[in-house]
Design a protein around this ligand. Structure first.
Ligand SMILES: [Fe+2]
Length: 464
């Protein structure tokens, strides 16, 4: 006997996926909005390359400013040297004539220029003869090197007479204009650089999406495979790692398809063997199982088109009486009514059928449906005495169709009933043996000619 927990109303709803695939598909990965945003590969790649782009942009910006400063300093030094050389030309005569009064105009003509912080003349001994800052006139400078001045670019030019050094002209330029020019440059560059960096980041996000979408397609196919959905190949002809991974995945899908087809063939052959065994044991079931399966399928599609696994319903119809293999042949073929003991023996066939099918895991809940195909809607059936919604829908359908087909075919204990009488008995059993809703659907199908068509297709001549 099967355990009672086999009858679980929560499991009555027919589903298509094997259990292990269902469990796999139900694993939660916490894919909330923020986790997608934070952890998706696209954003990781985009963030990494964006940071890299911003760092490179900032370094280029700083390098440009650095080289601009060097360039401006060199230009300022050239200017200072040019001014010092001009001072030499104007100061040579006053220096030779030692006319101190003429030093002032020479120095002032230079120091009035823009950016000049100071200018002075000194003799060959380093004594400042005239300084634009009167307080520094008379200072003695170190020979051979100009004293450093913070923030000032200095240049000097020797005053020579017949290759003899008689003095030096010195000009000092402030660096304020350089700082100002660099500030203007930086300000002017910020907008285009910002726009460029923004466009770069946008481009990186788009490109990252382009590449990552290939991985996402592959991920979707793997996920569908794991969830037991249709086996779909991934279109990716890339020659990189993702392309190769997609190719391996497609090869795997091909192998799985082949294996699945082989499994389905094996299952069909197993079912055919079982059905043959039942027919060999009980010749009256020839054609009966096929008709039960097909009419049940027609009713199922009309009742629960979104919820049923049609293959499980069909298989349940074909195999519903497989348990008769375990019933004594004398009972099955007995002409005339059964004794109480024989009747009780006959009632074991749903349980025997469920036990026969239970090792075949790929049959899913077919065993459950087979076990309950003799339950009555009012709870008076067997083996568990379930009623109404406690009975799996597939079992309720088979209960109805099995009864109708049995009535309309020859049996050892009686001849086939006329269909009108069978319809009458079905109506009498509405709400008692049979689910009222299913009886209504059955009569709808009958009115539309579907039942007759199925009887025509599965010839009654199959039955003995
Ligand atoms: Fe049965």
């Amino acid at each position: 006997m099967l355990k009672d927990n086999l009858v679980n109303p929560e499991e009555h709803r027919l589903v298509s996926k094997p259990l292990f695939l269902r469990e796999f598909g139900e694993q939660s990965r916490g894919n909330g909005f923020w986790s997608q945003f934070t952890f998706s590969l696209r954003w990781k790649v985009a963030l990494s390359f964006s940071v890299l782009l911003l760092i490179v942009t900032a370094l280029l910006f700083l390098a440009f400013l650095r080289y601009e400063k060097i360039f401006l300093i060199q230009e300022s030094r050239k200017r200072a040297q040019s001014m010092a050389r001009n001072m030499v030309i104007n100061a040579r005569d006053p220096l030779l004539s030692k006319d101190d009064l003429r030093f002032g105009p020479v120095i002032e003509s230079v120091s009035q220029d823009e950016g000049v912080r100071f200018a002075y003349l000194m003799n060959h001994q380093g004594e400042v003869l005239y300084h634009s800052d009167p307080e520094r006139t008379g200072e003695v400078m170190i020979q051979g090197a100009l004293p450093p001045e913070n923030g000032i670019i200095q240049a000097s030019a020797p005053i020579q007479v017949e290759d003899v050094l008689v003095g030096t002209a010195v000009v000092g330029l402030g660096m304020e204009h350089i700082d100002q020019a660099m500030l203007q440059t930086a300000t002017g560059l910020l907008l285009p650089l910002g726009l460029g960096a923004g466009a770069g980041v946008l481009g990186i996000i788009l490109l990252a999406g382009l590449h990552v979408n290939r991985i996402k397609r592959l991920e979707g196919a793997v996920q569908a495979l794991g969830a037991g959905e249709e086996l779909v190949q991934v279109e990716d002809n890339g020659i990189d790692e993702v392309g190769r991974l997609s190719k391996h995945f497609n090869d795997m899908v091909c192998q799985l398809k082949t294996a699945r087809e082989q499994n389905e063939r094996n299952l069909r052959e197993t079912i055919r063997a079982l059905a043959t065994a039942v027919e060999a044991k009980d010749a009256y079931t020839r054609g009966h199982c096929e008709r039960v399966a097909r009419i049940s399928l027609a009713i199922g599609k009309r009742v629960q088109p979104e919820k049923m696994d049609w293959s499980e319903l069909e298989l349940s119809g074909i195999l519903h009486d497989v348990g008769k293999i375990g019933v004594r042949a004398g009972i099955l073929g007995k002409i005339g009514p059964l004794t109480q003991e024989e009747y009780e023996g006959m009632q074991h066939h749903p349980d025997i059928g469920a036990m026969i099918l239970s090792p075949i895991s790929s049959l899913g809940t077919v065993g459950l449906y087979v076990r309950h195909h003799h339950e009555n809607f009012d709870g008076s059936g067997y083996p568990a005495g379930l009623k109404e919604d406690e009975i799996p829908m597939a079992s309720r359908i088979i209960r109805l169709v099995d009864s109708f087909d049995a009535m309309t075919t020859n049996r050892p204990y009686r001849h086939a009933l006329p269909k009108e009488e069978a319809f009458e008995r079905i109506s009498e059993g509405r709400g008692r043996q049979f689910d009222p809703a299913l009886v209504d659907v059955f009569f709808q199908l009958e009115a539309e000619g579907h039942i007759e068509n199925i009887f025509e297709e599965v010839k009654l001549s199959d039955a003995v």
